[in-house]
Design a protein. Structure first.
Lengths: 502, 280
């Protein structure tokens, strides 16, 4: 079966119809699950938690990724799975990073056979790309994951929730302690809907002010030596690029937003944490200072650059589902206008989510096709090296979605007639900004009209494609016909594309 | 008229392919200091094919090796083509500039190149500072550039960010270039991470009358272009003056200020620059 984008959909899955099709369906939610443990919740090890919860073969265990590439909790749990020789475990993690190396063994040994995640990078992703996972990989969006958990599409047996500061009852937040990571927004669906919930902390405190992880839902609290490695919590991408091509793209993007009238008093933005998108933030800041305007809010993954703009009064509020660096963590802990939000509030398609209130979002791309469909999930080889995260959610919600990328990366053109994997549908992508020109999705006649007479180089995407081929030649395309290893699910659970073994 | 000239080593294909992106008025493909001796051959060949393959909307300048050395002669032999707009000559003196002019004439004739390839002498010796007047008047010379790093070595002076040590050569370059109607191009600012320092340095040069500045990193171009371009307010003022001048003959008053021939000429110059750099 093929979906609306002409991509193959395996038997038994619902095909993607369109980015607004979810509006034709109503929200379904399971009952929120409270803990029945009214006694002592403290446990001394992950192993004790396995015994207390009776974790056995074929269960689904979930994790959040707020400790990013410094997360040690999934490794501790995978190590225990391996030691006990458990089989057919499903991992439901909001993201998986290169440091989750223990998962590679678990995949190869058949301890873990299915994975749900929204972003997947590193050795475990390579193992899955090579076909070593016996079951399937389900790539969701961040908003889609929250919807899948509340509706019971993903049924979690035990949620292991890494919490940087927790009391003995399981009230906790991410603001303090040696592994402080800021917002715990992606853990909230797990906390509410998993059958059992375990807080894992390295910082047991007497009292937690403003707990976002709340004791009534928590069954056990495990105290371990360390839940996170601080150097990995801060992502290496959260610095403004010095790359001159990236800066040129950023400068053009900010100028474009201004010409489109999107930088007016009270606008709302999400600019992400990549080097180029952070540079866009810097150029936007320059324009804001010049025009003496303020943003209503910034959302999404938050960095110190956003926090600085909040502190200097250029942004009124930050809605933060995830902190990308320690500057963001410090801000959320101290600034009352830096507000923590859950994955539901951020991007659940059935909520009046923050993404729906964005005037614009700046996103990246690994590949983009002539219909503006974007891949951020796989490399051209089929290697899984990313995932939607909030890409599809924000693209769908924002009034204007801007994708930025160099026209060529490592001698490969970014524009392809057919991309390796569709992550975000082209109907939700409005603008593609490169260093050599800007393409507007022909569907957005309103934007094209506003840009008439612009000094910016506005060209059809086909022209940018031809221009890039002048440098790179026509790259060989790989057939997409290996063994099916997974599916990419749109935020409404429909399958937007299929993943094949490399 | 050049506001900005960006050096790109001719052995760096990754940078060369993006040359058009950086919006410099000219790119100086460097075969001299930034290319190691054992890479000169490869750089020449790469540059030759690069220039033959792509079309450019910026001025193509090649900094060759000194022509009293075989490398300089090999540079010319390999890269002279219709794609080349100007040759930058290091450690220039009048004799070398004359010799380069003769060589270029020979190549143009032999290769059927119809345009006249220009020469930008690099002033980077104390002797050259004194010879600037003679150099500026030679055929094909349409701009001179100050090379402060080599000049400071020659003078045994310490280079500083304030640039007090190069006040004299800068000012001399500005006056002589203006007198001969050619470009006065300032030396690069070498701290590529110091944007404020770059801007201050460029403003100092502009204040002395230099017309543009070389860059050693693409991220410097936007600041240099901005500083050496007429501002929006200057353009608006010039447009107003020129429009009013059409209604008057001789001196007249505009917004309480006297406008006469030198001011009108200055406004025309501003608008000429504005048109050239698409600022109108």
């Amino acid at each position: 079966m093929k979906n609306a984008l002409g991509r193959y959909v395996p038997e038994g899955f619902k095909p993607f119809v369109g980015s607004k099709d979810y509006l034709n369906h109503s929200r379904t939610t399971e009952k929120v699950i409270y803990s029945e443990n009214k006694g002592n919740k403290l446990l001394r090890s992950i192993s004790e938690a396995f015994d207390a919860l009776g974790i056995t073969d074929s269960m689904t265990l979930s994790f959040h990724h707020h400790l990013r590439n410094g997360d040690l909790v999934m490794n501790l749990v995978c190590d225990e799975i391996r030691k006990r020789g458990l089989k057919d475990i499903t991992i439901a993690a909001s993201s998986i990073f290169p440091n989750h190396r223990v998962l590679i063994d678990c995949i190869e040994n058949g301890n873990v056979t299915n994975i749900y995640t929204s972003y997947f990078n590193g050795g475990a992703a390579k193992a899955v790309s090579e076909g070593k996972l016996k079951g399937l990989l389900y790539m969701d969006t961040h908003g889609g994951r929250s919807r899948a958990i509340e509706s019971g599409d993903i049924k979690i047996d035990v949620a292991f929730i890494a919490v940087p500061a927790s009391d003995a009852q399981g009230n906790g937040n991410g603001y303090s302690g040696p592994s402080a990571c800021g917002s715990l927004g992606y853990a909230i669906p797990d906390m509410l809907y998993a059958k059992k919930k375990v807080v894992v902390t390295d910082n047991l405190v007497d009292e937690v002010a403003k707990p976002v992880i709340q004791a009534p839902y928590i069954d056990y609290v495990v105290v371990v030596d360390k839940i996170g490695d601080a150097s990995g919590i801060e992502s290496g991408t959260t610095r403004i690029t010095r790359d001159p091509v990236g800066l040129k793209i950023a400068e053009k993007t900010a100028a474009l937003l201004d010409e489109l009238g999107l930088l007016e008093d009270g606008f709302a933005m999400q600019t992400g944490a990549g080097g180029t998108t952070l540079a866009v933030t810097k150029f936007i800041r320059d324009i804001m200072l010049k025009k003496n305007i303020k943003a209503r809010f910034a959302s999404g993954g938050i960095t110190r650059y956003h926090a600085e703009m909040l502190a200097e009064g250029l942004i009124e509020k930050i809605y933060d589902v995830q902190c990308f660096d320690l500057g963001g963590v410090k801000s959320i802990a101290s600034n009352p206008n830096h507000i923590e939000i859950s994955a539901f509030q951020y991007g659940n398609p059935y909520e009046d989510a923050i993404v729906n209130h964005l005037d614009f979002v700046i996103l990246g791309a690994t590949e983009i096709d002539l219909n503006f469909n974007v891949n951020v999930t796989t490399a051209t080889t089929g290697l899984i090296m990313g995932g939607s995260g909030g890409h599809s959610d924000t693209a769908n919600g924002a009034k204007v979605t801007v994708v930025v990328s160099p026209l060529m990366k490592s001698r490969l053109p970014i524009i392809r007639p057919e991309i390796t994997t569709v992550t975000t549908p082209g109907e939700d992508v409005d603008v593609f900004v490169t260093e050599r020109g800007i393409a507007i999705n022909p569907r957005r006649t309103d934007l094209l009209e506003k840009l008439q007479g612009s000094r910016l180089k506005i060209v059809p995407i086909e022209e940018l494609y031809k221009l890039s081929l002048g440098y790179t030649g026509v790259p060989e395309s790989k057939p997409r016909n290996g063994r099916i290893i997974g599916v990419v699910r749109y935020r409404d659970q429909t399958v937007i594309d299929t993943l094949y073994q490399m | 008229m050049r506001r900005s000239l960006l050096f790109i080593p001719a052995n760096r294909p990754g940078m060369m392919q993006n040359a058009e992106v950086f919006e410099a008025d000219g790119i100086i493909f460097d075969l001299e200091d930034s290319v190691a001796l054992n890479e000169k051959d490869a750089a020449r060949t790469l540059l030759k094919h690069f220039l033959a393959t792509f079309k450019f909307d910026f001025e193509v300048v090649i900094r060759i090796n000194p022509i009293d050395h075989v490398n300089g002669l090999l540079d010319l032999e390999t890269i002279i083509s219709p794609a080349v707009d100007a040759i930058m000559l290091p450690k220039a003196d009048p004799a070398m500039v004359r010799k380069l002019g003769e060589l270029l004439e020979g190549f143009e004739r032999a290769r059927g190149i119809r345009k006249t390839i220009k020469i930008i002498p690099l002033i980077e010796l104390a002797k050259s500072v004194l010879q600037m007047e003679e150099i500026a008047g030679l055929p094909r010379v349409d701009g001179m550039m100050l090379g402060a790093e080599d000049l400071s070595s020659d003078m045994e002076m310490e280079r500083t960010k304030t640039g007090n040590e190069i006040f004299y050569p800068r000012a001399r370059l500005a006056y002589i270039a203006r007198a001969f109607g050619i470009d006065a191009i300032d030396t690069p600012f070498t701290d590529v991470l110091d944007e404020d320092g770059l801007c201050a340095d460029a403003r100092r040069a502009k204040g002395l009358g230099l017309t543009g500045k070389a860059a050693i990193h693409p991220n410097q171009i936007r600041y240099i272009n901005e500083i050496f371009s007429p501002s929006k307010a200057q353009i608006e003022w010039a447009l107003k003056v020129i429009a009013a001048a059409k209604e008057h003959s001789g001196a007249f008053s505009l917004d309480g200020k006297m406008i006469d021939t030198p001011i009108i000429a200055r406004c025309e110059k501003i608008l000429e620059k504005g048109r050239k750099w698409k600022l109108l």
